[in-house]
Write a protein that binds this ligand. Structure first.
Ligand SMILES: Cc1cc2nc3c(=O)[nH]c(=O)nc-3n(C[C@H](O)[C@H](O)[C@H](O)COP(=O)(O)O)c2cc1C
Length: 355
């Protein structure tokens, strides 16, 4: 019997030929023009050619003001950037895969000098506790976002969405995970606001609602708007972003009322129990939504991919897709495969072209 992994999955009018996708991976390869290095773009095309049903870009920075958190990140805000990505989306499509562009604002995960406007903004003036691995220095205390800042950030998402659509992507994903700006709004730790954007889950969610409402009109009905969520952040790992499973599910229900097309759940390990429920993140998410679900985290061989698919519609892989160009074929052939660690993934940030 053919595995469900290799059967198509359709979201609205977009069909993935199989259930296997390349997770979003930042490569920090762009120079002053905010366009990734040619071999980094080629990597995405190669993964489509080699059988991935869905290919995500790295996290694309939404403005020239305060959105960038890492050196060499990319933007899709001018014609040259649109043209560079158009070439990529066309090739991905020619190989029968679906392209999704992830867009992000880093919020408090920035540092002095990384953004042209040299500002670090966040829901509240709360700096991450540990040092920034990029600089070896503490993160700066961010400025609390004003209404003007919030409007400016929303506008960055909208302008970037226009670029993403002009570049021909099948979908756009709002990065609401991993402790970056949108995730910071959701977090009771990073968001200490006492206005309509802080406090209750509904209030902490409000800014994301405004971003979705502004971005959706830019995305035609036949293309996809997705969100990525997680219950962990890059910084302050010991701080849970949500108090319990019911709070997580409340958030998932808020997302489900939006004009979005799918939810992508990012985990370290899809098998781990969520909060103290004894169920996985995918299971507790699925209990709270009818939207298509993508899952990621330690999916590295046929068995883990099939197990993950039991509670989701599509599986994404980061490190296996990064390090093994033949990963989809290897899964199909049910080969014994290695589980890669983060040290091996460090090659993503070097100038070594990936096969
Ligand atoms: C080099 C690298 C860069 C990443 N960049 C992003 C990113 O830009 N956006 C994002 O949502 N996740 C990012 N991630 C996380 C992956 O999408 C994925 O969730 C994570 O690697 C776990 O999946 P895995 O166990 O299959 O590697 C990155 C991971 C790696 C290894």
């Amino acid at each position: 019997m053919t595995s469900l992994l290799f059967s198509p999955f359709t979201i609205k009018e977009i069909t993935c030929k199989n259930r296997i996708g390349v997770a979003p991976m930042t490569r920090m390869s762009a120079s002053g023009d905010s366009i990734p290095r040619e071999d980094v773009l080629q990597f995405l095309i190669t993964r489509a050619k080699n059988g991935a049903g869905m290919v995500y870009t790295e996290a694309i920075v939404t403005d020239y003001e305060s959105a960038q958190g890492y050196p060499g990140q990319a933007r899709i805000l001018n014609q040259n950037q649109v043209d560079a990505w158009k070439n990529v989306t066309e090739k991905i499509r020619s190989h029968g895969a679906v392209s999704v562009c992830q867009v992000f604002h880093c919020g408090r995960m920035a540092y002095e000098g990384i953004n042209p406007a040299n500002r670090v903004i966040a829901p509240s003036p709360v700096a991450p506790m540990q040092e920034n691995p990029m600089t070896g220095a503490p993160y700066p205390v961010p400025e609390q976002m004003s209404r003007f800042d919030m409007d400016h950030v929303v506008n960055g998402f909208v302008e970037t969405a226009k670029g993403v659509m002009a570049a021909g992507f099948d979908g756009l994903e709002l990065h609401c995970a991993h402790g970056y700006l949108l995730s910071q709004f959701l977090s009771t730790y990073a968001n200490r606001r006492t206005d309509a954007y802080g406090g209750s889950m509904e209030n902490r969610y409000r800014f994301i609602h405004e971003v979705i409402q502004a971005v959706r009109p830019v995305i035609p009905e036949d293309r996809l708007l997705l969100v990525r969520i997680s219950n962990w952040g890059i910084a302050d790992m010991d701080v849970s972003l949500f108090s319990d499973a019911s709070e997580w599910q409340k958030m998932v229900r808020l997302f489900s009322q939006e004009p979005i097309d799918a939810i992508s759940v990012s985990t370290y390990d899809f098998r781990l129990g969520a909060f103290d429920t004894g169920r996985t993140m995918a299971q507790i998410t699925r209990d709270a939504t009818d939207l298509p679900l993508l899952i990621c985290g330690k999916i590295y061989d046929r068995k883990s991919a099939e197990d993950a698919l039991a509670d989701a519609d599509l599986v994404l892989s980061g490190k296996s897709m990064l390090l093994n160009p033949n990963w989809v074929a290897d899964i199909e052939a049910n080969r014994e495969l290695a589980l890669y660690g983060s040290e091996e993934a460090g090659v993503a940030y070097t100038t070594t072209p990936l096969p």
